[in-house]
Design a protein around this ligand. Structure first.
Ligand code: PMP
Length: 410
């Protein structure tokens, strides 16, 4: 269809933009002509719990990373409402120039305590946190050594930094060593960047081994705890908790409030100097950016209280995840690198198959993600399920049996 031109000077005529617009116009038209729901930007009503209201029906929801059911927990919602009553819907300024409400320091000291480090800084978005932190810490002439599967926001950070970026084979300490042996000498500063719990694959970083290699080659280490905080470790305090590491095992602990914490925003925890530098000169983290909404911080703080007060919730999440993994394997589904954590990929290795399966499952009342290129490499397309502590065994069984049956027919 003809495009409306809202921008002059050919800005929208770039081939990448033209092809994206044409491709997704085509996708819309295809779903419309097939008379099936378009899963992209599909509306839902109500909260993102274990059951979600979509397409005028209750749907088993395995598509959201609400790992502990806290984004629809009444206590978390009450804390957010109380923060709105007290502080309004926005603080309407950046903290450095206009002062700050006490919630930020309360959250930051809680995070610093959990990570056993000096301090932390809270931000408005997980994506922005990675992009801005990597973008600030590294510059031209520096080296970013990334696990091959790190999140897009980290890649954006390296582009923001203008540094040299190399990748090593996913979660492979020997591959990291080989890359460092080859490249480290040419750079004064280098940082190894990892995720704790990989969002597309559900495997956990071999952190102690990777850190040992990084330190041997005098590299800083940054880790993204997005899918780890509230999920891994006996107390749900993340990968540090899982492996029993000290706070200085990693230099830059990055996390999000959007997953287990049932809120939105990001954080960085680390040394006093690191946090001070971020707070006083890193664009986008705290500088030149409005501070997170009071309700977001209050919700995340309430979630941390619940995580600490209800260890059985963490244990239930972990045992449900292991149950789902075992069930998927028993059904003969291909689970890739999954290890029985709450991220469960079902590899289908074909874009059409993944999308048709997703739509068929939607019609059967099961919401799972279809993950296709560029989120994963071509040929590694998959369905992805997020398991929550709030899913029942029956819900997990129903979803996986339905998935196996749909994939079998395809
Ligand atoms: N890191 C990882 C590993 C992620 O999966 C995501 C997004 N899902 C982000 C960072 C960005 O976090 P947010 O969605 O909270 O902005």
């Amino acid at each position: 269809p003809p495009r409306s031109r809202t921008v002059g000077s050919g800005l929208l005529d770039h081939p990448d933009i033209v092809s994206t617009v044409a491709q997704f116009d085509g996708v819309d038209a295809m779903f419309a002509s097939l008379g099936v729901p378009n899963p992209l930007y599909l509306e839902h009503e109500g909260t993102s719990g274990a059951v979600i209201r979509q397409l005028d029906r209750d749907m088993l929801n395995f598509g959201c990373f609400n790992y502990l059911g806290l984004s629809n927990d009444a206590r978390v919602a009450d804390a957010a409402k109380a923060a709105i009553d007290e502080y309004g819907t926005s603080v309407s300024a950046s903290r450095i120039v206009s002062g700050q409400i006490p919630l930020y320091a309360r959250f930051e000291s809680r995070i610093a305590e959990i990570y056993d480090v000096d301090d932390a800084v809270v931000t408005t978005s997980g994506y922005l946190t990675n992009a801005a932190a990597v973008g600030y810490l590294l510059g031209r002439g520096d080296l970013a050594v990334c696990d091959a599967l790190v999140h897009s926001s980290i890649v954006s950070g390296t582009e923001w930094a203008g540094c040299r970026r190399v990748t090593f084979r996913h979660n492979d300490p020997a591959a990291l060593e080989a890359i460092l042996k080859m490249s480290r000498a040419g750079f004064t500063r280098a940082m190894v960047i990892l995720e704790s719990h990989y969002s597309m694959d559900g495997d956990v970083a071999l952190l102690p081994q990777l850190v040992a290699v990084a330190r041997k080659y005098d590299c800083a280490v940054m880790i993204d705890e997005a899918h780890s905080f509230g999920v891994l470790g006996e107390r749900g305090h993340g990968i540090r908790d899982l492996y029993g590491l000290s706070g200085d095992a990693v230099d830059v602990w990055m996390g999000t409030m959007s997953k287990a914490l049932g809120s939105v925003g990001g954080f960085i925890a680390g040394s006093r100097e690191l946090v001070r530098a971020f707070k006083y000169s890193a664009p986008g983290l705290s500088m030149f950016a409005t501070a997170p909404a009071p309700a977001s911080i209050a919700a995340a703080l309430a979630s941390i209280d619940i995580i600490d007060a209800e260890p059985d919730r963490i244990a239930r999440l972990q045992s449900r995840a292991q149950y789902a993994f075992a069930k998927a394997q028993a059904l003969g589904l291909s689970t890739g690198l999954a290890e029985g954590t709450p991220i469960l990929p079902i590899i289908v290795s074909d874009t059409q198959k993944a999308v048709i399966a997703q739509v068929t499952l939607l019609e059967a009342g099961v919401n799972v993600n279809a993950i296709t290129y560029p989120s994963v490499p071509l040929g590694e397309e998959r369905l992805r399920l997020f398991i929550s502590s709030e899913h029942t065994i029956e819900q997990i069984d129903t979803a996986l049996i339905e998935i196996a049956s749909v994939l079998d027919k395809l």
